[in-house]
Design a protein around this ligand. Structure first.
Ligand code: FMN
Length: 405
């Protein structure tokens, strides 16, 4: 691994940033920090009693530099429950960071008094007390961080509330925050809409960095190209993007530019460069995008393997996992690898078709039929025939698509 840590990270995404995805990602790029899906303490404490039962803790030795994200448990969870589940992750995993989810708007998270409830300060376990205890117990063992939104509509709105919240987190001993640059909306907006509808208020994240120079600040939300990443790391990128009307005019329900301490163009005066950039959906939908991330941001050679090498290594590693997680989960991360390539749609259709055939055949054999089910490699080989970039390195295949330049 590089001695200079990458400023890049891949966001925690439930059912997407699985151990299999993380394994595949590492064949493309070694340096970005990868987050697990969110694990709830309730699951950890109630469903899994042995380390071998902990699917999230599966980490192949090939996949270093992973952060685990922990969310709150059920409504009756105690502080000690949360600490025990944190300890379980830190002791049994090889994680470099423990992240606390303070930004999830899902109704399940609200019922469990976690996610955005922490920002509202209505969580069952008082948030600052929880963070203080985590710091006291684990700060010497693992880096601790909090991932949150810029606010919660309508109660925690505007720059002053955000700065106040970050102060609470910092005073509890947390030295890293990841800020999803959208306000979270509770009630009347689905989790998916919460990732797309509220405007991205980037300028206020740069303001957080300016106010809390000693805190590592990572910006997240809607970032899909290196020009933007470099803009954030260079400072003064700022601005407001998207959402119905952004923050312009009286009609914005998410507050005005003034509420967020922003200038007329959505920028801020003296915005500080942030320390890192977290990429979510782009990293899942187009993993090849990261092919030159190691050289760009850490000055180390890119792996730049051929697709043929990446996929044959991936398929043979997944073979052992089929009995525990099933073929569908094993091949899921392969669905999007040819994003932007010729015949990508055809390839995806072929994957779906072959996986269905495999399931049917397996059912037949499980019911006493004669034969053997195909391996992951055998199933996927038929799909890879559809595209024409298997012999190319990831870099060479990227030359053929120009969307991320
Ligand atoms: C399928 C999916 C699952 C997600 N699961 C989580 C999660 O477990 N924890 C979390 O903090 N955020 C989760 N998120 C939010 C992302 O971490 C990220 O903040 C959000 O997608 C914005 O970044 P992006 O625009 O780069 O995708 C999820 C997002 C998606 C699309």
């Amino acid at each position: 691994m590089s001695s200079s840590p990458s400023p890049l990270s891949v966001a925690p995404m439930i059912q997407w940033t699985t151990p299999s995805y993380r394994y595949l990602f590492r064949s493309i790029s070694l340096t970005p920090l990868l987050y697990t899906e969110m694990i709830t303490s309730h699951h950890l404490l109630n469903r899994y009693t042995r380390t071998s039962d902990l699917p999230w803790l599966f980490e192949h030795p090939h996949v270093p530099n992973v952060a685990v994200q922990l969310g709150g448990g059920g409504p009756s969870e105690t502080l000690e429950d949360f600490i025990t589940s944190a300890d379980l992750c830190i002791t049994n995993g090889t994680y470099t960071e423990l992240n606390i989810n303070s930004g999830c708007p899902a109704s399940k998270a609200q019922k469990s008094h976690c996610g955005l409830k922490h920002m509202l300060r209505t969580s069952r376990i008082p948030f600052q007390g929880l963070l203080k205890e985590l710091s006291r117990r684990f700060d010497h063992r693992v880096k601790l961080s909090v991932k949150h939104r810029i606010g919660v509509y309508p109660d925690v709105c505007g720059v002053d509330n955000l700065l106040d919240y970050v102060r609470t987190v910092h005073e509890a001993g947390i030295k890293k925050v990841i800020v999803h640059s959208r306000i979270g909306v509770l009630g009347g907006m689905s989790t998916g809409e919460n990732r797309n509808v509220p405007p991205l208020v980037y300028g206020v994240v740069e303001r957080v960095k300016r106010e809390f120079g000693g805190v590592e600040v990572v910006v997240n939300g809607g970032i899909t190209c290196w020009r933007e990443v470099e803009g954030f790391l260079g400072g003064g990128y700022g601005g407001v993007r998207g959402g119905p009307g952004g923050l312009e005019g009286e009609k914005s329900i998410y507050g005005t530019l003034d509420d967020w301490g922003l200038e007329g163009d959505g920028g801020i005066v003296g915005g500080a460069p942030v320390d890192g950039v977290m990429i979510g959906r782009k990293a899942y939908n187009d993993v090849g995008f990261f092919w030159d991330a190691d050289s760009r941001f850490c000055g180390r050679p890119d792996q730049n393997f051929t697709w043929s090498k990446i996929t044959s290594d991936y398929c043979s590693t997944m073979e052992d996992r089929v009995p525990s997680i099933g073929l569908v989960e094993c091949v899921k991360p392969l669905h999007n690898i040819f994003c932007g390539q010729r015949r990508n749609k055809e390839y995806k259709r072929k994957v779906d078709k072959e996986v269905n055939e495999w399931k049917k055949e397996k059912r037949r054999i499980d019911n006493g039929g004669v034969g053997r089910v195909e391996t992951v490699a055998e199933v996927m080989e038929k799909c890879f025939e559809v595209v024409d970039c298997m012999g190319m390195t990831v870099g060479e295949s990227r030359e053929l698509i120009m969307t991320d330049k």
